[in-house]
Design a protein around this ligand. Structure first.
Ligand code: IYR
Length: 233
């Protein structure tokens, strides 16, 4: 067993302003991220994909094992194969697999089995979970880790002026075959990356965010009665 070694935490990030203004600015930037399904074919240099993935890999992960693989595809033929396979699954999803409630929830988004964007976007980044280490050892909290890295990926791309979509054709096993990934890599997310088309539209419905009161609870240790017992009877 390797004994832990500690070093002074001196390489600390220095915020570029007061925390309130830093957060307001970040919120103003990220609240304007939209999932885009209408991409321009404008090229994105490979270096930008590298930069985005470099940011994503700063995510924390179970035992710092970084159980992710990012497979970036710009090749036309490969993108076409991915589109064809994804559309095969999506046709089944919309025709049979999704139940009525799911289809109703998707209605405001206007999605359908046509995934033309998978060929138009200059890059498709397929993210895989490593269910085992490359050396066969265990990995931990894989979904949590890869999910965190993907969140950072989306934020990084957005802050670099690029549009993304979190696409999850289900099931996604075809990605493993098309991209020649080994058995211990499980598809997690397919992220088209590019610029929005000039005539890009996005669904109005997907703008709304729940108010903070609905998602944030400050629970203190007061010994007062639970709230429902404080209501007048
Ligand atoms: N994967 C399908 C359906 C879909 C499901 C959810 I949940 C979404 O938020 C959006 C779409 C598709 O991509 O069309």
């Amino acid at each position: 067993m390797a004994a832990p070694q500690f070093v002074p935490f001196v390489d600390r990030y220095a915020p570029k302003g007061a925390p309130e203004s830093v957060l307001a600015e970040l919120h103003d930037a990220l609240r304007r991220r939209r999932s885009v399904r209408m991409f321009s074919d404008r090229a994105v240099p490979r270096e930008l994909i590298e930069g985005i993935v470099r940011v994503a890999t700063t995510a924390p992960s179970g035992a710092n094992l970084q159980p992710w693989r990012f497979v970036a595809v710009s090749d036309r033929a490969l993108k076409r194969r991915i589109r064809e396979a994804a559309e095969r699954e999506e046709r089944l999803f919309y025709a049979q697999r999704a139940n009525a409630e799911w289809l109703a929830d998707l209605e405001p988004l206007g999605t359908d089995p046509d995934k033309g964007f998978l060929e138009v976007a200059p890059w498709l980044v397929a993210v895989f979970q490593l269910t085992k280490r490359d050396d066969g050892g265990q990995t931990y909290y894989v979904k949590e880790s890869v999910g965190l890295a993907c969140g950072m990926f989306l934020a990084a791309a957005h802050l670099a002026g690029l549009a993304t979509l979190t696409h999850t054709p289900s099931p996604m096993n075809f990605l493993r075959e098309v991209l020649h990934r080994p058995a211990h890599e499980r598809p997690f997310l397919l992220i088209p990356v590019g610029y929005p088309a000039d005539d890009c539209v996005v669904p109005r419905a997907a703008l709304a965010r729940k108010p903070l009161e609905d998602v944030l609870v400050f629970e203190d240790a007061s010994d007062s009665e639970p709230e429902h017992q404080l209501e007048p009877r």
